[in-house]
Write a protein that binds this ligand. Structure first.
Ligand code: ADP
Ligand code: MG
Length: 704
């Protein structure tokens, strides 16, 4: 609750004035603005122009050249509406003249312009100059009547353009923004500490707002449109800095938290861990494990992300961390995103832990009720040492006896909300997140900003490169030949089908038909099986087990094998409709092969027509197998929202900054914010902001 003095000071802050109190806004427009998320003066001022145009130079009509943008001030000489043969389609023509000549202007399907752009009126027209058989003309240009408000906000300077908000036209918005700037006065509160501003040469907030909306006439339009003027930079930095300050503050607070248990490592524990190791750890694995265990031995809970490319060997590292926890008398939970993966982990972990005294259990959505009942008792009593399952593990009504470590596999969407869910259960275990989707640096600075990161560099020895082929569907026969060679050599194959929700049934049918076709016509000598998400759990298990055991040679599957599945003998993957898959998803899929000691192949079959995007994605796949390169390209192609998927993405709602465009500014802001928080040097204003306003400002879920 805000104290009354705080409330009073907020009421005095002119930035918090509701827009409806600005002159000329009124209830209807303010309702419109509100629907677009603009309620206060501050909201409006932080909705920066998305584009700027230089209209300071009017061109004489005689100097116009085709293909260039131009602004012309002239008089409407004549105007008429032409009805075309296409029913109801109308074209508005006007001829605009100045002292140097005349030019035609054409607007498609806007007959109402006849009532606005009437002969003898003075008008500024702005747009692309085109050339056709009857000469130069403007096609659908923007226009401004000189007779209505001639305020300097619209002409004779660099003009800002805003995203359209309801019925509020760009011109209206320019006018309201001007009023808002006048309303806030010259003296505006600034959350950026003065010394920081000085050191980084950031302009004052008031000035930045002014110049971002109404740049000086001599500002460079290119710099403005690249969002790199000092004014824009200052506002972007401000936003990122406030965002990072919130994360830094939370991280700092968490490091002061104490776990209700202690973890220590001694020689006995080291020996116990060594006993289960089936192979020598790679240097990268050893380094990551060391960081994790050191972190577990600290009094505050671990929040760590373990990154390692597909096949880097994260599972064993997590298992060793779990052994450390269990040797300390604690329980560990191991969560996977799919049942198939949970089952696979359960088998691997149970096999590796068989020589130890630790009991491993599996709990998934399809665990039968009676069995589940007994299992819950084991978990509550602490006789279950390691519990493997799907995400339900932390969400359901499960009571752990002494939960010390939670490992979350292949889940880059496990963010703020789920961490909060754990805490809401009164648990403060160590948390280790694992992902093979390399997270581009900018995104690592968002949802993961509070996390420590360990990275497994390199792959286990003996891996062979994967050859990637991008082929049109019409070359299917060659691909079957390649598959046959692999199968004859004793290897196994995946054939992957996309499963897009809206066409789920069709896709399922084509996957089913393909499995039949491959079995009966193409590979009658081998066993082909089908796996998809709609099958019952035991049916899935059976198929998967048969594939792991080598009894099934060709696995036709939907993307349920996308993450984590580990069958080293599989050496070829054919992805049908590869053009429909995202880049990171293709990388994950390809990671299912190349896990053994054989040369592997990944064939990406596409169906034309494909989009440019699809071509880019498949090209990226054949260019590199480096997960980081792929993630960066994926981010560039899709943008941050889609990269993570919008659900639970934990991406901040940003007003001025752009995660891709402004990566360098984000990094700078991150460093500065951490330094300030770690030096315990937050100003009282900043402290209030991070503690009270931060989650709302960035649209982040806060539980607690
Ligand atoms: P990911 O990091 O993709 O989860 P996994 O943990 O599934 O990778 O490991 C991939 C494969 O590599 C598994 O078959 C695993 O047994 C094997 N592996 C892991 N570490 C090593 C190692 N140090 N030496 C040899 N093989 C290893
Ligand atoms: Mg894995």
């Amino acid at each position: 609750m805000a104290s009354s003095s705080e409330r009073a000071s907020r009421e005095l802050d002119p930035l918090l004035t509701p827009l409806q109190f600005l002159k000329g806004v009124g209830p209807r427009k303010s309702a419109d603005l509100k629907r677009a998320g603009l309620v206060t003066v501050e909201d409006l001022l932080y909705r920066l122009p998305f584009r700027y145009e230089d209209r300071s130079r009017m061109q004489p009509i005689a100097t116009l050249r085709p293909g260039a943008k131009a602004a012309v001030l002239g008089e409407i000489k004549s105007a008429n509406v032409v009805v075309t043969r296409r029913r109801g389609f109308k074209i508005f023509h006007a001829v605009l003249g100045d002292a140097s000549g005349a030019i035609r202007c054409t607007w498609m399907n806007q007959p109402f312009l006849a009532d606005i752009l009437k002969p003898h009126l003075a008008v500024i027209v702005f747009g692309d100059v085109k050339l056709d058989s009857s000469g130069l003309h403007f096609l659908n240009p923007e226009y401004e009547l000189m007779s209505d408000d001639q305020s300097a906000v619209r002409t004779g300077r660099i003009v800002p353009f805003y995203e359209k908000t309801g019925t509020v036209t760009p011109n209206m918005q320019r006018r309201i923004v001007r009023q808002a700037l006048d309303h806030i006065g010259e003296d505006v509160r600034d959350l950026l500490p003065a010394d920081l501003r000085q050191r980084l040469d950031l302009m004052p907030r008031r000035q930045a707002l002014e110049e971002a909306h109404f740049p000086d006439a001599d500002a460079a339009v290119e710099t403005l449109n690249a969002f790199r003027t000092p004014a824009q930079r200052r506002l972007i930095f401000e936003e990122f800095f406030l965002y990072q300050a919130g994360h830094a503050w939370r991280r700092h607070a968490a490091s002061a938290e104490h776990k209700p248990f202690a973890v220590a490592v001694d020689d006995r524990i080291r020996a116990s861990a060594a006993q289960v190791l089936p192979f020598k750890l790679t240097p990268g694995q050893r380094e990551a494990l060391k960081e994790i265990v050191q972190n577990m031995c600290r009094p505050s809970p671990m929040h760590r992300l373990l990154q390692g490319d597909v096949g880097a060997g994260k599972t064993i590292v997590a298992l060793l961390a779990a052994i450390v926890a269990m040797e300390n008398g604690l329980q560990a939970a191991f969560m996977a995103p799919t049942e198939i993966l949970a089952v696979q982990h359960f088998k691997t972990l149970a096999r590796l832990l068989a020589p130890t005294r630790f009991r491993v259990d599996l709990l998934t959505g399809s665990t039968p009720g009676l069995q589940k009942h007994t299992l819950l008792a084991h978990i509550e009593r602490g006789t279950t040492n390691l519990l493997v399952g799907t995400h339900a593990l932390v969400q359901e009504q499960i009571h752990f006896h002494r939960l010390g470590l939670v490992v979350i596999d292949e889940q880059h969407r496990f963010g703020v909300a789920q961490r909060a869910a754990l805490q809401a259960k009164g648990l403060r275990p160590d948390v280790l997140l694992m992902t093979a989707t390399p997270i581009p640096r900018t995104l690592a600075l968002t949802d993961y900003s509070e996390l420590d990161v360990s990275r497994i560099a390199g792959l286990p020895p003996g891996r062979r490169p994967i050859r990637t082929w991008v082929k049109p569907e019409s070359r299917r026969d060659e691909i079957y030949q390649l598959m046959r060679e692999q199968l004859d050599a004793g290897r196994q194959a995946y054939v992957i089908y996309p499963l897009v929700e809206e066409s789920e049934k069709i896709d399922l049918r084509s996957a089913t038909e393909m499995a039949d076709h491959l079995q009966n016509e193409v590979f009658p000598a081998f066993r082909v099986a089908l796996l998809h998400g709609r099958m019952k759990q035991d049916a899935k298990d059976q198929v998967m087990q048969a594939f792991v055991a080598g009894a099934v040679h060709v696995l036709v599957s939907t993307t349920v094998v996308e993450v984590g599945v580990d069958v080293p003998n599989a050496s070829i993957m054919v992805v049908e409709h590869a053009e429909r898959f995202g880049l990171s998803q293709l990388h994950q899929l390809r990671g299912r092969v190349g896990r053994g000691v054989w040369d592997s192949h990944c064939v990406l079959l596409y169906q034309s027509p494909w989009t440019d995007d699809a071509r880019e994605r498949l090209k990226a796949m054949s260019d590199t197998t480096d997960g980081f390169v792929i993630a960066e390209r994926d981010l560039a192609l899709r943008g941050p929202g889609d990269f993570f998927g919008t659900r639970q993405s934990g991406l901040p709602q940003l007003r001025t900054g752009d995660l891709v465009r402004d990566q360098a500014i984000m990094e700078e802001a991150h460093g500065e914010a951490r330094r300030l928080v770690d030096a315990d040097a937050l100003t009282p204003d900043l402290r209030t902001f991070v503690a009270r306003d931060w989650p709302q400002q960035f649209g982040l879920i806060e539980v607690g």
